[in-house]
Write a protein that binds this ligand. Sequence first.
Ligand code: ADP
Ligand code: ZN
Length: 517
Amino acid sequence: MLQKANDLLKTYFGYPAFREGQESAISAVLERKNTLCVMPTGGGKSVCYQIPALMLPGTTVVISPLISLMKDQVDSLVQLGIDATYINSSLTNQEASERMEDAAAGRYKLLYIAPERLESPYFTGQLGKMDIPLIAVDEAHCISQWGHDFRPSYRHITKMVDGLAGEPVMLALTATATPMVREDICSSLGIRKDHEVITGFERKNLSFSVVKGQDRGKYLKNFLKQNKSETGIIYAATRKTVDQLYENLKKGGLSVSRYHAGMSDADRYSEQDRFLRDESAVMVATSAFGMGIDKSNIRYVIHYQLPRNMESYYQEAGRAGRDGLPSSCTVLYSPQDIQVQRFLIEQSIEPNRAAAELEKLQGMADYCHTESCLQETILRYFGETETEPCGRCGNCTDTRESEDVTKEAQMVLSCIIRMGQRFGKAITAQVLTGSQNKKILEFGFDKLSTYGIMENWSAKDAGSLIEFLISEDMIGVEHGTFPTIYVAAKGKEVLKGLRQVHRKAAVRSAEISTKDP
Ligand code: ADP
Ligand code: ZN
């Protein structure tokens, strides 16, 4: 059977060999095992259901939330000589029911549908008449509350499957590998824990870096000047920033496109199209852009502002270098981004889920403050345990000597304890540096022995040391009405003198600025 799959890969798709994971996923499906396939963006998930679809009798149904992608996918399948179609809200009712009747008559090998369709009884009724050997659930993390892109209509999938005559194999596909999301997908779709195909998430051609403490406008300008001939994406957190950046870059003479949910469908489509056709070199966008985009020559992805969590970050950054050539992924970090993202989360998410989201945001902040390998930090976040420093990222290539900051860390940790472990980062930094802030006097923190113990530091530098200790798991964060910090197990060891703390960025900004001309 796998020989047949191999032949199809060559004859239909023109690829010489399977990539990691594709073969296991395909053979699991052919053995009629419900399967979860976790591969990084660009890993080649589509082939995992397209090849079985060609081998199995009947029509494979592909559920996908990506309306813009469906048409492209179907067009390229049709070009390959494969009978495929899609049904989504871009069609008129008339067109949709015509296609559905054709599908019910068995005209297609692949039928792509948007999950919203599953809410229509007419539609599920038609599906009930069909011979469906396989249901592929693309972007399967959308089924999970814990995913970064929960879609309630994904919850209708199981009901639809129950209404079918036969018993199709379920193949769920996603690039999100966090254990909670995986568990949620498996239990919703009836996938056994040992039926997961997970490929390594390392992207060996990507080099990650975090740029801190620089004017990001200037950084970006310089970067674009040096990479004029390259194609890249710049992600910003809000529509407003996208528009501003777009105008600025355009004024600077760059060929640039933009994309966000506030634009009309037609504008978004034409902007995206220009970028995909290499008519513009730079795409400035919110995270609304890019799901399902298959552009192989993206040389860099810059996050102008902090992304809201590691899941979205890795997915967005992962759009760089799909062709396997060296590419860069950079986050331009500024502490106030945390506030922006906090605000966006608190505005858009029901309170009972906000705490989980804020915790994920903290994961993103930790990424920006760690001095460990960035690729490793990402892989660990996604549950990989056997990792090694990549040797390519901004931290691996940082040649500064690290300094012993154990004493300073102890000052911070003991101050947190003296303050009762129920206050935030900012006020702790102020106590350490001896601020006269009214709140500090009201709480009587000026009477603590740790008050002003770091008075030759700026509150900003003390704050960044706290962030660093958080990223090292020495300080923990609790996300209540507002975030509070406490001394974690590793921090207790530091206090007892059982563990030392080393930091490369020990040079403080006050020292840097006096040295500047
Ligand atoms: P994903 O859905 O995982 O993000 P896709 O299925 O869109 O990824 O595939 C990403 C790219 O890799 C596409 O350009 C696809 O044509 C290519 N691809 C997929 N499988 C193979 C393979 N076995 N060999 C070479 N290229 C492949
Ligand atoms: Zn590294």
